[in-house]
Design a protein around this ligand. Structure first.
Ligand SMILES: [Fe+2]
Ligand SMILES: [Fe+2]
Length: 248
């Protein structure tokens, strides 16, 4: 029995046109087939797989039908986080989705799930991604302040949701945490954030995040140990579609 994670499947069985740009890159060629084979070779039905958001290009539950059935058919228990592309998952619909997909898929937001004596907690998160103003040497000398102001509000809301997830677990006596975010825990302007502070406050052992695609973005946030927390990027293209083991 093991706990695995990966993010950003960006499936498109029912929305092929939306994924056209994505499919031009080599790592994304038939990625759903590569990922299915990797899961079949690695996972058993005793395992748990956390999928860290951006599951589908579909904009509604109807447009995601085949994508979600593909996920259901993977081995093991599947826990889903909410990504910025997951339009099918309105923030207020998490309970409804958990009821609708009971026994097949679990949706993580404002709640938690357990793995052995660990609580799996998480939320979508948010990071400011610009626009940035660069000088002639390509160094950041400023940024869009309106966007940054808006980002602050979204970060605050996500921090409230994350605290709700931690508190729900703590109220049930759980004291060991693995924390999942779709967005990286820090923006490229930050060394720390409300998300890293909360991970430290509750003593999360690991912070797992996704969303960063392509070589140029893989180092946008923290990798490895910092202040007693282990940070790991698990976007699918970064892992070349091989889920990473978090716990035995
Ligand atoms: Fe993504
Ligand atoms: Fe994303």
């Amino acid at each position: 029995m093991s706990l695995y994670a990966i993010g950003d499947l960006h499936l498109h069985f029912e929305t092929p046109l939306k994924a056209q740009a994505q499919r031009k890159e080599r790592v994304w060629k038939n990625h759903e087939e590569k990922f299915r084979k990797n899961c079949a070779a690695l996972l058993t039905d005793e395992d748990t797989l956390v999928l860290l958001g951006d599951h589908s290009w579909g904009r509604s539950l109807a447009e995601c039908g085949e994508d979600l059935r593909y996920i259901e058919a993977l081995p093991g228990r599947k826990i889903l986080c909410r990504g910025n592309h997951d339009m099918f998952w309105d923030a207020g619909r998490t309970e409804q989705l958990n009821a609708q997909f009971a026994g097949r898929l679990s949706f993580l937001q404002n709640n938690y799930f357990t793995y052995r004596d660990y609580a799996l907690v998480g939320t979508k998160g948010f990071t400011f991604e610009g626009p940035f103003w660069l000088n002639a040497r390509g160094r950041i000398v400023g940024w869009d302040e309106k966007n940054e102001e808006h980002a602050r509000k979204l970060v605050e809301r996500e921090l409230q949701r994350l605290r709700q997830s931690f508190e729900a677990a703590r109220a049930e006596g759980l004291r060991k945490y693995i924390m999942f975010l779709h967005y990286p825990p820090t923006s490229i302007l930050e060394d720390e954030s409300g998300f890293t502070a909360m991970a430290e406050e509750y003593g999360a052992e690991q912070v797992i995040y996704a969303h960063s695609h392509g070589e140029a973005r893989f180092r946008d946030s923290i990798h490895g140990e910092k202040n007693g927390v282990f940070y790991r990027l698990v976007s699918g293209d970064y892992l070349n579609w091989q889920p990473v083991k978090l716990l035995d």
